[in-house]
Design a protein around this ligand. Sequence first.
Ligand code: CS2
Ligand code: MG
Length: 402
Amino acid sequence: MKIIAARLIVCSPDRNFVTLKIETDEGIYGLGDATLNGRELAVAAYLEEHVIPCLIGRDPSRIEDTWQYLYRGAYWRRGPVTMCAIAAVDVALWDIKGKALGTPVYNLLGGKSRDGVLVYAHANGSNIEEAVDSVQKHVEMGYLAVRAQSGVPNVASSYGVPKAGKSYEPAERGLPSESLWSTERYLNFAPKLFERLRSEVGEDLHLLHDVHHRLTPIEAARLGKELEPFHLFWLEDPTPAENPDAFRLIREHTLIPIATGEVFNSFWDAHDLIRNQWIDYLRLTIVHGGGITALKKTADFAAVYQVRTGFHGATDLSPITMAAALHFNLAIHNFGIQEHMCHTALTDEVFPHSYSFDAGYMSVTDAPGLGVDIDEELAARYPYQRAYLPIARKLDGTLTDW
Ligand code: CS2
Ligand code: MG
């Protein structure tokens, strides 16, 4: 089998997606997600100008060799754009291999280790009342795990809370919006949110919370300690993770489980955090971390230290990544949980897929490969529109982590 063509499908059915389609001389094609929220065309250009020319004529079954060729052959290593591009090729090749062998990708990763993939939903509200109501709505929908985010009193816009009447989509078309943030107000508020949530939903529901990189290590330690009575499933991105030592400091002060890594793009970003057991869940995911090949190596390393996966799964990761993640999550032993932020009906129409949600878990069918496709004609009706993630500033105007 030979690769005879590879091309990008860039579309924006509600938000931007970049999809790589690799075609072979036996009529089988594979799909890979190449979406990097807010920097989509950088990855598209990297693939178009520097990767696709090298793919033509290659044997698509040589997945590991192709991964090494694209990683080591670039000379300049790592980074979100490079690893997202490599991921798109890698996932498309796993899709092709599954289709060529007539088997779902999870079977190529060791077969099922579980019958379904535990997922968590996004609940949010502009205040505690709305957040409680949203969590309860997701419990009624069958979720066993729910992330709760709330507006903070006297803070204009908090992370994870949609604008009035809209579903939550952080990327905004046009130039980046700017919002004001107050750590002090947030730190005084967050424990009240979870005290109320626990009293409303009881002990069994897994509650998660995303700090979104906004605290210093000692502030994160304070928050972790104050949230301990409400036994969260995890506290996510408590502090920026460029300095892994920051997580040592948090670990010294609190038992709250820690998750981080959605902004990582390589095993090496997580290496110290894993081997020192400074985190409990790794969020590094397939589309941003170099693909299935890279994540398998990383997850296997994490398993040795009893660190589990908790893949990022926001709407800016396409249904192709969701499908790949579900196959991966079904197979590996040290699976933790999968984020499930539902795509819109239109996005699901552009990307028909075989995965489904039921009673707190997601599963895939035994369709060969990943079990996902792209409706190119429909995608073409929704052309790319530049969009950015927001910028955050402290009340005094200092730029801070959004
Ligand atoms: C968030 C994301 O889902 C999450 O945990 O951190 O919504 C993140 O803000 C976006 O994926 C950024 O593109
Ligand atoms: Mg997050």
